[in-house]
Design a protein around this ligand. Structure first.
Ligand code: C2E
Ligand code: MG
Ligand code: MG
Ligand code: MG
Length: 291
């Protein structure tokens, strides 16, 4: 029995058995308040069709505009939100914001897909399919322009329930992506059972990729695996032209990374759409800017 925790009215589960630090508890309370106060922001990172060199989608990535601590990145608060059981509130906000934004871009002539990250708690939430339906209906975005990302670890939990939930989402026409692929314990039998349309190779394999090295072999084999299963392959963590060229030679479908752009606020992404990203095909009417 932990009097200190009981007094706070909630419990924090730490997988490693450590008690939560006072700082973490305080941040948790602030996160509850911050979500309600509208302090979460969604930034967008371009995804580029490698063969056509065109932006075809964006990934929505959450940030927390903390009043005193400044802009916080998800690594500092997603696991906290999971521990507190409030990640579903976070997801609802990000999902609705992202599909509304994608619908706005669409209305101005930019046909982009938008990818939203889900946590395990989202997939265990019986309301998730209805939440997705409502978000799409409100925004008017076609279902096939929404991609829901789940990490390999979550997808590989041995709950048949996950496969059933994914199938229900898929029935709606939403696309599904397996995120951080290569870092978890995949079984090929299970991968074949998952109704996913996209594999995202984890950035740890892509960032330092060099022709002839081990990472290049892993990436090449992952691309071949995806294509053998009829799944398109996205490389995340593309930081250089050399990495992009190598991925192009390996027939990777899509690239995402700092080489094109960091995740940016919606207004900046709109700017990239109007003016074009360095190294990408420009929209017909746009001015070409060289950096
Ligand atoms: P992720 O889904 O794998 O997202 C990609 C991460 O890689 C992002 O970090 C992005 O900024 C970073 N990244 C992209 N390109 C490059 C590159 O070229 N080099 C390097 N070094 N990094 C790159 P971010 O935004 O800090 O997000 C971290 C993780 O937090 C995400 O990993 C995702 O798992 C999680 N996350 C982000 N937003 C949400 C959300 O709304 N809900 C949930 N459940 N998780 C989220
Ligand atoms: Mg992701
Ligand atoms: Mg990822
Ligand atoms: Mg990753």
């Amino acid at each position: 029995y932990d009097a200190k925790r009981a007094n706070l009215g909630f419990r924090l589960y730490r997988p490693n058995g450590e008690g939560p630090s006072r700082d973490r508890l305080a941040l948790g309370e602030e996160l509850r308040r911050g979500i309600a106060a509208g302090e979460l922001e969604v930034h967008y990172q371009p995804q580029t069709d490698i063969a056509r060199r065109r932006m075809v989608g964006v990934e929505a990535l959450v940030r927390w505009r903390h009043p005193e601590r400044g802009l916080l990145f998800p690594d500092t608060f997603i696991s906290l939100a999971e521990d507190l059981g409030i990640v579903r509130d976070l997801t609802r906000h990000v999902l609705q914001t992202a599909v509304d934004q994608a619908a706005t871009w669409r209305a101005s002539g930019h046909d982009l897909s938008v990818a939203v990250n889900l946590a395990l708690a989202d997939l265990l939430d019986p309301e998730l399919p209805a939440v997705v339906d409502a978000a799409l209906a409100r925004s008017g975005l076609p279902a096939h322009r929404l991609v829901l990302e789940i990490t390999e670890d979550v997808a590989m939990t041995d709950e048949d329930h996950i496969v059933a939930v994914l199938a229900r989402l898929r029935d709606r026409g939403v696309e599904l992506a397996l995120d951080d692929f290569g870092t978890g314990l995949s079984s090929l039998a299970r991968l074949r059972r998952l109704p996913v349309q996209e594999l995202k190779i984890d950035r740890s394999f892509v960032m330092g990729i060099d022709a002839g090295d081990e990472d290049a072999s892993i990436v090449r084999m992952t691309i071949e695996l995806g294509h053998a299963l009829g799944i398109r392959v996205v490389a995340e963590g593309v930081e250089t032209e050399a990495a992009l060229d190598l991925l192009a030679s390996q027939r990777c479908d899509t690239a995402q990374g700092f080489h094109f752009s960091r995740p940016v606020p919606a207004t900046e992404l709109t700017g990239l759409l109007e003016v074009g990203v360095a190294g990408l095909a420009q929209p017909e009417s746009a001015i070409v800017i060289t950096r």
